[in-house]
Design a protein around this ligand. Sequence first.
Ligand SMILES: [Ca+2]
Ligand SMILES: [Ca+2]
Ligand SMILES: [Ca+2]
Length: 349
Amino acid sequence: MDMRSIRHLQIPAALVLVTASASAQSGDLLLIPDSGPTLGRVWALNASDGSLVSNSFIPGDARLTQPIQIVDSGSRTLLVTDELARSVFEYSPNGTYLRTLASGLDGAFGICMHGGFAYVTSGFSNNLGGKIYRIALDGSAPVVFSDWAGIGDPRGIIPYAGGFLVGNSTDDDLELVSAGGTVNPMPFFNSDGISSINFPQQLVDLGAGNVMAVGFSAPWGLFLFDSTAINYASYRAPEVFLSPRGGAILDNGQFLYTGGTRIDRFSTKDYVNVNIVNQVGASFRWVTRYTPPAPCLGDINGDGAADASDLAVVLGAWGTVDPAADLDDDGAVGGSDLAIVLGAWGPCS
Ligand SMILES: [Ca+2]
Ligand SMILES: [Ca+2]
Ligand SMILES: [Ca+2]
């Protein structure tokens, strides 16, 4: 048995079963912002096996200068953080820009939803000090939920243990933040940043209190912790052979991670690294699982409701063959399409 086998020996078999079958659902996607091109965009992969679905789930968009993470808002929209734009943008499930939910933040890095609010970490990119913002979906002004002055720089964030677990890229620790925004002086995991995780980036909730933290700087890799903060497995070189930023566990049980121009995966059966995407100029960021909503036929512009704006599209295309407004696909825009919009009137279910 070589050292690599020994290093992976501690994985509880029950956990592997749980993670491999967790919320398996056909049609789920992994959404990955790409900040490399002049116009940022978002890629989509199959959550079961990591195969490429689209390199333009959100097509190149001048707003996206350094997109980091995209999450489901829970209200049929998607929220994208942008580190350089220092903003949170909202998109429809079909990748159409809807609005800028928040701007003028000190930074916008990690994001998670909890209790109907978005929680956004600022990171240190603008040297304005670390903060976690709480942002309502109604467009009201963001509030500073947790001030990290003297504590460090929050990056990855997930709801955890009634509050949040947040990676601190200053001291490499994983911090517990209460539901009221207070950072516990005792970290969940105190890393020396030398032999364990260094520069934590994305955090991934694996269920049952288990967490995966992605470490960007050497010794880079994927670090798995249980609910008692035991680092029960670590995947480093050679199976993770370049600095990762984001990660996920596929439904087939394999690990997927992003780093630079690449998206790769490996199996814990053989630990062989397999390249999925290697795109010149790309810079792949964090990975978020997404269940696309059921179609909402009367919602032509994809903003989550059938309303006057959709009605205007039908009336504006009346008598034409415009496929966007020909909702019943009978080759013409007319009364039957109008009836679909009126019949679906209101928020999509
Ligand atoms: Ca530390
Ligand atoms: Ca609409
Ligand atoms: Ca029609």
